[in-house]
Design a protein around this ligand. Sequence first.
Ligand SMILES: *Cc1c(COP(=O)(O)O)cnc(C)c1O
Length: 392
Amino acid sequence: MAVTGKPAVLGGDAVFAEGLPLTRLKVPERDELARRLDRILTSGQLTDGSTVRELEEAVAARLEVPYVVAVSNCTSGLMLALQALGARGSVAMPGFTFSATAHAAHWAGATPVFAEMDPDTLTLDPDDAAALLAESSASVLMATHVYGTPCRVEDLAKVADDAGVPLVYDAAHALGSRRAGTPIGGFGAAEVFSLSPTKVVVAGEGGLIATRDEGLAQACRLGRGYGNPGDYDCVFPGLNARMSELHAALALASLKGLSERVATRSHLVGVFADAVRGVPGLRLPALAEGDVSTWKDLTLIVEPDAFGLDVPTLAAALKAEGIDSRRYFYPPVHRQKAYAHLPARELPVTDDVSARVLTLPLWSHMDEGTVGLVADAVLRVHEFAGAVAAVG
Ligand SMILES: *Cc1c(COP(=O)(O)O)cnc(C)c1O
């Protein structure tokens, strides 16, 4: 099926008359999951049980790290890791990240301060992170593997070491990503993953703290259970951030086939990239040679002058084609109302690029034909850009 004629926004037929959502859940193998859930319910042990331990061990083996602590979500995992690392004063992080990165620092008792992105990869710019650490005396550096693209972990390790601060990764998107062959999970003091419903591995809600530091793992284990070592004489104010056995069962089922899903997503992104190659003013985040991204999101970076349309107009035209999209991450965190009271630090690259990102539908069991049609829809909107801009 070829996409011909006028774009839907100009009165043509919509490419996806039924609508194409941003993501679709890959339902894990049901029989095994049902058996596992049945065993959990029969046991009566719905939390603090063997399923969470099994998940932690399976993920630790996969990530090649000694310790994994399962938690109720990535946000609480980041809070616990920051608390354990003694975050105070300010915590440095990219402005281009999900709000939860900054919220975690706030709830751990610190103030977020923001650094620039690298415009090619959209991950934290190590040079600006170093400048920010020098001017802010932040107690922790955080970085996000945006969309699953590995950060420049070697450079960031040096920046953090030089400043004498621990480095924590928001790895929410990156379960299955690799940096030059090494799984994301073992870098920095801790890396924290999300298993929320839009991620590539899901638990319903859930998070995983991965670390090589035994003391940090122990502090996070204590912290996820109120800070109670077992005798109800809490040693510090913790959270209830436990993962339930039921969520761990879903996570174990969803972990199966992860490598294949990541390979499929890379392939589909390649199909899309080939289809839009040559269209002026469109690019995807750069991935370093030898790195693996989960491609948690398929995000376009649009150059409005060259492409002929700005992001809101492109998004509206795609909506008319039935194609859902999101501006991940716009507004960037330093521009959000929650942080408007903080002293401003100019982030011109982040402000510019974040206004030009648009995330398109992608899921692990999407077929090539669907990706091709999404690319065709983008091409068609570009072809009619002048007329689309006039109605938009
Ligand atoms: C989803 C997400 C989070 C939050 O994860 P939860 O498990 O929902 O707490 C944090 N950071 C990034 C980059 C995310 O995309």
